[in-house]
Design a protein around this ligand. Structure first.
Ligand code: GLA
Length: 743
């Protein structure tokens, strides 16, 4: 055969396929178009002639009366491409010649692997929510697609429920939560990668032909990539280059997957220039046996749209996370300023030492005192003790009560570190239950940080973990748990269940983790939880339904944190971004910085102190006390306001700056950092954003100063258009100020 691409393309009309694929399909159903509106977005899809659910529109909000043309399957462009593969489906099953990424792939008991889903019915589930029922053309596999759009941000929640009504089990080899289709255009893909102590690196690259995958195969979210993406339409007018993703202008489609287990997001640029994003369970080593009558519910994949660039996209996500995801949504309270001695004392905790630190922490205005690792079992270092959750009698001869009482008497509440899913082989728990860990019998059990992962998918292990945590919280007045998770899976075996069910570990482990968290929160409504995994290894919208905050990184170097915090905020709100001030020179980079610089770097998020207060001078205490008090006064604006990344710290920039504006525009808080002044260059002109142009704002310094002729009061228009010039030079120097709207 001649190369078809060189020949005139002869479309095979969908009409000829209609009868063969879906004889029962009626013309009335063909015209079905479903539309969801919220915020500044419209999302629409419809049923095409064959009965497939097809993507129609995702972008800026359309007029209420606008008609969206019905779905028509795309033509076959060559004999090498079925119309089934070129038509952008909402949830494409593998069968019928699909060459693009499938949402669903199944093997039936008789060896059949062909699956073609057609629309059955739609059910309204609320003002902007609906369920779409799909079914295979001949077999009893049903898929319910859930859609629910947030009225305020236009962020759409999508997930799928797969049900087996066959008489035999099937194996699900791949199951996405959703697939998203973008209009044909040139795009830039933004995503976050990292490693331990180096999380939150923002990567940006053009989307070219082929597929780009970000994923975790680790059984957990992972430091190495985060389940978030943003895709910016390239702006040929951009002054920064053809692939520049605008920070404050241009169209951006973004999404985040709510799953804390192995996950995958695939961004495809198909041969027809369509961009499709598929995300859900990672199909690597997946194989979920679904018995007759059983369901598999996928995680939720959230997607949104902004026409205000990446800045607009992240502001929508921040608002959505606080209003819809976090445990205390829609109005989670700003995080207490914490003290934690981990970097100062490591495992060497005891009653007298912690009490002495608590007194010092209280003197500077700390709200919460947290005791980290080392308080339990035979935990002298990281070789022993995990799994034995009794208070170490040598370090705390009278239990935790005297310390907790002391902390309360100082006006703080008390938090405690736990790592519930782990066990050291040197522990009573492991000696008693060596079969409780993930392993393949007869194979090595690979240790990391001298520990193994408990198989939380097992009901007995799940119950043990919930039981000891419940007891700990019942017996002690604990306000907060720092919930850690310090390794990833190896040898993910589960030999207590039949061989064909063992791979369910990827789903069941995470479900049990979520159910423990949910039950603990229900039984102890006052408890607050931080998700930590050796820093930022478990940050995603799944865990954030149960966690009030996260630990973004074990790297607390205030300079490194500027770019990490910048990266973090593309996907997650500063409300959950804990940031400690620790000692200088820093243990990781050996960099020396002033306490003021360290404080201001941490004040961009939810502030904590992690330094050894026993080594502080009177001047250090005074500086910290003054800045914690200034922070408390504006904290709500910093963590809940609209964030503008004014000057990016990325790409070797020697300057950076962020601004947050309260939702009623009555206050703005600005941070500025000069990290290495070169050739005498002054700090760039700061033109603010998001203020009320006509209102008058008064400038108040938290730290630093501007050029002497800067007015103390000026209109929003002045601060945004004229801007101000900071007096900020040197190495690792920082400034911060607030603007308050005048009555
Ligand atoms: C992890 C955490 C740290 C600290 C240690 C304790 O590395 O990220 O903050 O809690 O564990 O072992």
């Amino acid at each position: 055969m001649k190369n078809p691409l060189k020949n005139p393309i002869v479309p095979i009309l969908f009409a000829s396929l209609l009868l063969t694929l879906s004889a029962a399909f009626t013309a009335a159903q063909t015209a079905r178009v479903f539309r969801l509106d919220g915020g500044n977005s419209t999302y629409a899809f419809g049923v095409n002639e064959r009965g497939e659910l097809q993507a129609l529109y995702w972008g800026g909000r359309l007029g209420a009366e606008d008609t969206i043309p019905p779905a028509h399957s795309f033509p076959q462009v060559a004999s090498f491409d079925s119309s089934y593969t070129t038509t952008p489906q909402e949830y494409a099953s593998w069968g019928a010649g699909l060459y693009t990424e499938p949402a669903l792939k199944i093997t039936f008991a008789d060896g059949n692997r062909d699956l073609v889903l057609h629309f059955v019915s739609a059910t309204a589930k609320g003002p902007q929510a609906m369920d779409l029922l799909l079914k295979d053309i001949s077999r009893e596999i049903y898929v319910t697609l859930h859609y629910s759009m947030d009225a305020n941000t236009g962020i759409l929640a999508r997930s799928a429920d797969i049900e087996n009504r066959e008489k035999q089990p099937v194996v699900i080899e791949q199951a996405a939560a959703a697939q998203w289709t973008l209009p044909p255009a040139r795009y830039t893909f933004s995503y976050l990668t990292g490693r331990w102590a180096g999380e939150w690196t923002l990567n940006q690259e053009p989307i070219l032909g082929g597929a780009r995958v970000i994923e975790s195969r680790r059984g957990t979210t992972g430091h190495q990539a985060n389940p978030w993406f943003a895709i910016s339409r390239d702006d040929s007018q951009s002054s920064v280059g053809p692939f520049a993703a605008g920070e404050e202008h241009g169209e951006v489609w973004f999404g985040a997957l709510a799953w804390s287990g192995s996950w995958r997001i695939t961004v495809e640029h198909t041969q027809l220039d369509a961009v499709r994003v598929t995300g859900g369970f990672n199909p690597f080593d997946f194989g979920y046996k679904l018995s007759p009558g059983e369901h598999l519910e996928t995680p939720v994949f959230y997607g949104g749209y902004s026409d205000h660039g990446l800045g607009g996209a992240s502001r929508l996500l921040h608002r959505f996370e606080t209003a819809r995801i976090l445990p205390h949504a829609p109005d989670p309270k700003p995080r207490p300023v914490i003290y934690n001695s981990w970097e100062a004392t490591e495992f060497n905790v005891n009653e007298a030492g912690q009490m002495a630190l608590a007194e010092k922490a209280a003197s500077i205005g700390v709200d919460r005192f947290v005791m980290d690792d080392g308080w339990f079992g035979q935990r002298k270092d990281d070789h022993a003790g995990l799994g034995d959750w009794y208070v170490n009698p040598q370090k705390f001869p009278h239990g935790l009560k005297p310390l907790i009482d002391k902390v309360h008497s100082l006006g703080m509440d008390f938090g405690l570190w736990v790592e519930p899913e782990m066990v050291n082989p040197d522990s009573d728990l492991y000696r008693k239950h060596p079969d409780w860990v993930l392993n393949f019998p007869g194979r090595p059990r690979s240790e990391s940080r001298n520990q193994l992962v408990l198989n939380l998918a097992r009901q007995d292990v799940r119950d043990y973990v919930e039981g000891f945590l419940d007891k700990l919280l019942t017996e002690n007045d604990i306000a907060f748990l720092k919930w850690d998770y310090n390794r990833n899976w190896a040898e993910p075996g589960w030999d207590q269940v039949p061989i064909d069910e063992q791979k369910r570990v990827y789903v069941q482990f995470i479900r049990n983790l979520y159910s423990i968290l949910a039950e603990l929160r229900a039984k102890h409504p006052k408890i607050e939880i931080e998700s930590c995994s050796g820093g930022g290894g478990r940050v995603d919208l799944g865990i954030l339904r149960y966690a009030d905050e996260v630990w973004p990184s074990d790297n607390t170097d205030p300079f490194d944190r500027l770019s990490m915090q910048d990266g973090f905020t593309y996907a997650y709100t500063p409300q959950i971004m804990m940031a400690w001030v620790t000692d200088s020179p820093h243990w990781l980079n050996h960099r020396s910085t002033s306490l003021t610089y360290r404080m201001l770097s941490s004040m961009q998020g939810s502030l904590g102190i992690g330094a050894n207060l026993n080594h502080w001078t009177q001047e250090d205490f005074a500086t910290a006390k003054r800045l914690i008090s200034a922070y408390h006064a504006v904290q709500r604006t910093i963590v809940r306001g609209d964030l503008y990344r004014l000057i990016s710290p990325l790409n070797g920039s020697e300057f950076s700056s962020t601004e947050t504006v309260s939702s009623d525009k009555s206050q703005a808080v600005v941070f500025a950092f000069a990290d290495a002044t070169q050739e005498g260059r002054g700090f760039p002109l700061l033109q603010l954003q998001g203020l009320d142009s006509n209102a008058e704002y008064k400038l108040g310094w938290i730290e630093g100063k501007a050029l002497s002729d800067t007015p103390e009061r000026a209109s929003g228009a002045w601060w945004m258009r004229h801007g101000l010039q900071l007096e900020l030079r040197g190495d690792y120097r920082a400034a911060a100020f607030r603007l308050d709207r005048q009555p």
